[in-house]
Design a protein around this ligand. Structure first.
Ligand SMILES: NC(=O)c1ccc[n+]([C@@H]2O[C@H](COP(=O)([O-])OP(=O)(O)OC[C@H]3O[C@@H](n4cnc5c(N)ncnc54)[C@H](OP(=O)(O)O)[C@@H]3O)[C@@H](O)[C@H]2O)c1
Length: 239
């Protein structure tokens, strides 16, 4: 299946790297599309319309506000539409692309290293299009969660915004390490490894965060004091 990316920005690039297939791609900035095609294989085309004509399925990787403008430009040339537009319902995409199979697949940046998450809601004609093929292709880059559509926005806060939240937490911990004398690069490396290792243990033990915290937290010890400091500062309430 030949995928056509409409937009070659941050998320399109992460997706293309994750699925590791040559892509057709266009972008408002042609040089950006060329750079992505040179990196992952495939071809940068001169217009969105050419991508729609040649691709088996287009992936909307532009900004949500450009939905109608891009659909008008494609003028009936697309055959299958995958939308990763944030805050844009399947019904809105179906209205812009009437009569086409539409698949809403919301990704996260870690799809780039094949450790992403996709939230999935099918459109009304999904079963008439290449649903299984698309889910298999995207599934190479991350775990796909099929959800009732009203849960996609709260899910996005976890899986799509989550990487930024975790990155801020890492930064704060690295700064604290530096304050206490650790070299910044080593502080960053050990914190990231600790985060990745924590994810590994949680995966292996059924996502049981409370059990993990108990294993690390000696009564009266430094972890207990650290956790109490996070709670006093309102980390849980802020989340
Ligand atoms: N980043 C995430 O973590 C994330 C997660 C889930 C979903 N999404 C969704 O993914 C989409 C893209 O987000 P992003 O973070 O990748 O944004 P981005 O980096 O700004 O990428 C959007 C790209 O589309 C280009 N573009 C603008 N108008 C276009 C047009 N008419 N035709 C073709 N390309 C056009 C932009 O060019 P210019 O910059 O020159 O305008 C830019 O290169 C959004 O709808 C967002 O909601 C993002």
């Amino acid at each position: 299946m030949e995928i056509g990316l409409i937009g070659a920005g941050s998320m399109a690039s992460a997706l293309a790297r994750g699925i590791s297939e040559p892509v057709l791609v266009s972008d408002a900035d042609h040089a950006r599309a060329e750079a992505l095609a040179a990196e992952v294989g495939g071809q940068a085309l001169d217009s969105n319309g050419e991508v729609a004509e040649r691709a088996d399925a287009i992936v909307l990787c532009h900004k949500p506000a450009q939905l109608d403008e891009v659909a008008r430009e494609l003028d009936g040339r697309a055959r299958v539409v995958v939308s990763m537009l944030g805050g844009t319902s399947v019904a809105q995409v179906e209205a812009a692309y009437p009569g086409l199979p539409v698949y809403r697949l919301l990704p996260s940046i870690p799809v780039e290293v094949r450790q992403g998450v996709f939230c999935y809601a099918p459109g009304q004609l999904a079963a008439k299009g290449p649903e299984r093929e698309l889910l298999d292709l995207f599934g190479r880059a991350g775990v796909v969660f099929a959800l009732p559509e009203h849960l996609i926005d709260p899910a996005m806060a976890l899986m799509s915004c989550g990487p930024a939240f975790f990155a801020l937490m890492v930064e704060a911990m690295v700064d604290a390490g530096v304050l206490h004398g650790l070299p910044p690069a080593e502080a960053a490396r050990m914190t990231v490894e600790a985060m990745a290792g924590t994810a590994g243990v949680l995966r292996a033990t059924g996502d049981d965060t409370a059990a993990l915290r108990r294993r690390v937290t000696s009564p009266g010890g430094s972890t207990a004091r650290g956790l109490a400091a996070f709670e006093r500062a309102g980390l849980r309430a802020a989340a």
